[in-house]
Design a binder for this molecule. Structure first.
Ligand code: SAH
Ligand code: SF4
Length: 417
């Protein structure tokens, strides 16, 4: 979501005549886009902002602004803590940027809703805000009530992205599959996206388990353009913890979605988010998270120690787990998940896969990096014809760590879309 916002901000700057500086030392404007979801994200942003202070002595005209959720969460107090900042701007006030930076008082020109993140793939936000109020989460406070974007504007944006060469579309929202607009469901929107010429792969982040309707599941199993991968945050494997978190689903309901997807395609990629050490989480409840990992056989996971966020209901819970215990539980889920990730990767060996080439490897310029439909990273020896955004048929023949190694198929009809 933040990458998407940064791209939008870059588009606003460029529309006002600015161009990328590539190095902070060369910049006249530095905008730091921040995240508040965990304390660590805010702390590392603050450390990065302090690092920028010295650039002001070299370039007196340099303007530094802090944007994103931390600007909303900490507000004016940021200006006191970081007195060298020129301004802060929360996400709901980005339209003021031209006035602040370029003294433009006339209404901002129509900005493209999304700037492409690269040549072949585009993030398209279809929902802003969130109405869920999970007990630990700051997002609803900093991003506001949920709003869904009008389908015609979404489809128009995707059409122009495909004309510019994009073939992979990633729909974004905090509960993206809860999308609805005047009777149009998320599944119906997906169908319309899939019918656009030039769209080859569709992904969406983050869906919420309560919005897996039978209509959506049926579409995921029949529409070939929808990639066989989902990032479906589970947070915990314990029903009592899920209840305290106010997640509104049970472990069984979560697992039934995973089971439906895997019985349709055993290699369906399922990744998740896990929080360890939620207030009051007992060893038994934590073990239920470990057993969820075993049962769901996730292809990968983002795993976090619980971080209390001021103002959220769970921040006032008394039964806190010590930092040491949280760290130890986090390490236990990481260790278990790593072994499962490896096992899931091994299932790919010997398979014929169509990968989307993303970029030349930074470590080794004779190799390219690509992604399978089920969202696994693949390394493949470079060929002169390879280009960003090209689909290449390959055979998975090895593993380096968790990363798949491939060779091009002899009957390769790779093409640029
Ligand atoms: N809307 C998404 C999640 C967005 S936040 C969803 O509901 O699935 C991204 C992830 O950050 C969450 O899935 C959760 O695992 C983690 N997270 C959010 N708040 C947190 C907190 N207070 N402490 C630790 N992790 C947190
Ligand atoms: Fe936060 Fe996601 Fe829950 Fe919304 S659905 S409150 S973004 S964790």
């Amino acid at each position: 979501m933040n990458e998407y916002d940064s791209a939008r901000l870059a588009a606003i700057l460029e529309l006002n005549g600015a161009s990328p500086a590539f190095k902070p030392e060369k910049a006249d404007i530095i905008l730091v886009n921040t995240c508040s979801v965990r304390a660590k994200a805010e702390e590392s942003a603050i450390a990065r902002i302090w690092d920028l202070k010295k650039l002001k002595t070299e370039n007196k005209g340099l303007k530094i602004g802090v944007l994103g959720c931390m600007a909303k969460n900490r507000g004016e107090s940021l200006l006191k803590d970081l007195p060298f900042l020129d301004f802060i701007l929360p996400p709901d006030e980005y339209q003021k940027l031209p006035e602040i930076l370029f003294q433009k008082t006339e209404p901002a020109p129509q900005t493209p809703f999304a700037k492409l993140t690269n040549k072949y793939s585009a993030f398209i936000a279809i929902q802003s805000g969130c109405n869920m109020r999970c007990a630990y989460c700051i997002v609803p406070y900093v991003r506001g009530r949920e709003q869904y974007r009008e389908p015609s504007s979404i489809l128009k944006e995707i059409e122009s992205a495909t004309v510019a060469g994009v073939s992979e579309i990633v729909l974004l929202g905090q509960t993206v599959n809860g999308y609805r607009y005047k009777g149009l469901s998320f599944a119906e929107l997906l169908k319309q996206v899939a019918s656009i010429k030039g769209v080859e792969r569709i992904r969406f982040v983050s869906p919420h388990p309560i919005h897996y309707t039978s209509e959506l599941l049926a579409l995921l199993m029949s529409e070939k353009k929808i990639a066989p991968h989902v990032h479906l945050p589970a947070q915990s494997g314990s029903n009592s913890v899920l209840k305290k978190m106010k997640r509104q689903y049970t472990r069984e309901a979560y697992l039934s979605i995973a089971e439906a997807l895997r019985s349709f395609n055993p290699l369906y990629g399922i990744t998740t988010d896990i929080i360890c050490g939620y207030p009051g989480e007992t060893e038994e409840e934590f073990k239920e998270t470990l057993s969820l990992l075993q049962e769901a056989r996730f292809d990968g996971a983002f795993m976090f120690a619980y971080s209390p966020r001021e103002g959220t209901p769970s921040a006032s819970e008394k039964e806190l787990i010590t930092e040491e215990e949280k760290k130890s539980r986090l390490q236990r889920v990481i260790d278990l998940q790593h072994s499962i990730t490896l096992e899931r990767a091994k299932l790919m060996l010997g398979r014929q896969e169509r990968i989307l080439l993303e970029k030349l490897s930074r470590r080794n310029s004779s190799e390219w990096i690509g992604k399978t439909g089920n969202f696994k990273k693949v390394i493949i020896p470079a060929q002169p014809s390879f280009k960003e955004g090209m689909y290449v048929d390959c055979v998975i023949e090895g593993l380096k760590g968790h990363t798949l190694q491939a060779r091009t198929s002899t009957f390769n009809f790779g093409c640029t879309i």
